[in-house]
Design a protein around this ligand. Structure first.
Ligand SMILES: CC(C)(COP(=O)(O)OP(=O)(O)OC[C@H]1O[C@@H](n2cnc3c(N)ncnc32)[C@H](O)[C@@H]1OP(=O)(O)O)[C@@H](O)C(=O)NCCC(=O)NCCS
Length: 339
């Protein structure tokens, strides 16, 4: 006996939506506490400002706003969505998931709903899963959300992180397509380097003394070894970008846009060189004004790029997500059609 399966089809990004918190925080608001300067931060990272969510702007409300925008642009309602994949590392509860709260609030509490934790690679991991769910017929239309309120998990006095991380949400709807508009995902991990980016001191305290349980653990904040992350991103993760192009059968000069995770403008520029992205391809630089929003950064950057360059709708883009784990994922996608 064998099981009958529908024929494998194709998938595409139907729309993108975003939410940026209201409060814009320039470097000048950050620098005194970490003995830094606007010049140092701009020169090392490209970041001029970021957005921090206020108390009324949480993971759920930001995700909702991004989803509503994506639904409107796809001319869909929540009733058309049967699956929700929400990528985040800053929703403070393990259960019930943020995704289930989201589908209930958006008015479709029957949709399949799951949170995934792949840090700054979370959005690309979500796109990979959603694309295959659609292609195999398990899901019809999937909302993939990247959302973070990293200001809740960043120590404002930490010189290594306080100027980098930020808040926001982005969402895409992935549905069926007559042609392949999402390429194969090249993904993996370098899990021997888990200590390179982590939530601390809780993670290290727990790992060093698991017998003490969790009740004594302090509030976790992000810690990172900046130079190790930098080298890994440029020299290891770029290779995933090259492989994603090869797997999709697309040359770098056939891309309309390059939209890597917005971690650091210097990393983005070095990656573009490693992958041989030509100048004709428009490279996302949302980090300059929005900082590093982890799982949210790629859909936020995609949305910003399409608003600034409407001619990019429907063109091919290389996406690369990477972050704590260490984990990475890259794929070529067609950017959504104009709404
Ligand atoms: C974080 C990062 C900008 C730090 O830059 P760096 O060049 O590696 O900085 P270093 O820690 O080596 O310090 C270099 C100098 O800057 C100083 N410095 C460090 N942090 C500083 C800060 N926030 N402001 C001003 N000076 C700072 C150091 O004291 C040191 O000074 P010295 O040369 O007089 O000793 C850089 O490593 C980076 O961007 N890494 C990638 C991080 C990232 O993208 N993370 C997200 C991944 S998802």
């Amino acid at each position: 006996m064998s099981i009958k399966l529908p024929a494998v089809g194709n998938s595409q990004i139907l729309s993108v939506g975003s939410y940026r918190p209201k409060r814009l925080v320039p470097n000048s608001e950050i620098v005194d506490r970490i003995e830094s300067s606007d010049e140092w931060i701009v020169q090392r990272t490209g970041i001029q400002s970021r957005r921090f969510a206020g108390p009324e702007e949480g993971v759920i409300s930001m995700a909702m706003a991004a989803c509503e925008m994506a639904l409107e642009r796809a001319h869909m309602s929540m009733a058309d969505i049967d699956t929700v994949i929400l990528a985040t590392i800053s929703y403070p509860f393990q259960a019930p998931s943020a995704a289930t709260e989201l589908v209930a609030l958006l008015g479709n509490p029957k949709a399949a709903a799951v949170d995934i934790s792949a840090a700054c690679a979370g959005f690309c991991y979500g796109v990979a899963m959603a694309s295959d769910l659609v292609r195999t017929g398990n899901s019809k239309n999937v909302l993939v959300i990247g959302v973070e309120k990293l200001s809740d998990f960043t120590d404002p006095n930490d010189r290594a992180t306080a100027f980098i991380f930020a808040d926001g949400a982005g969402a895409v709807i992935i549905g069926a397509s007559d042609q392949a508009r999402i390429g194969p995902t090249i993904w993996g991990s370098d899990a021997d380097s888990r200590d390179t980016i982590m939530l601390t001191p809780a993670y290290t305290e727990f790992r060093n003394a698991p017998e003490k349980g969790v009740a004594h653990l302090g509030w976790p904040n992000i810690a990172q070894q900046g130079q190790a992350v930098y080298r890994w991103a440029v020299f290891t993760v770029s290779k995933a970008g090259i492989k994603a192009l090869e797997a999709a059968g697309v040359r770098a000069d056939e891309l309309g846009a390059f939209i890597p995770h917005q971690a650091n403008m210097r990393i983005i520029e070095s990656m573009a060189k490693e992958i041989n992205i030509p100048e004709s391809v428009i490279t996302a630089d949302d980090i300059r004004v929005n900082g590093n929003t982890s799982a949210a950064s790629i859909p936020l950057a995609m949305d910003a790029l399409l608003l600034k360059h409407p001619e990019l709708h429907g063109t091919l883009a290389l996406l690369i997500g990477y972050g704590a784990g260490l984990v990475y994922a890259a794929q070529v996608v067609a950017l959504p059609p104009a709404p």
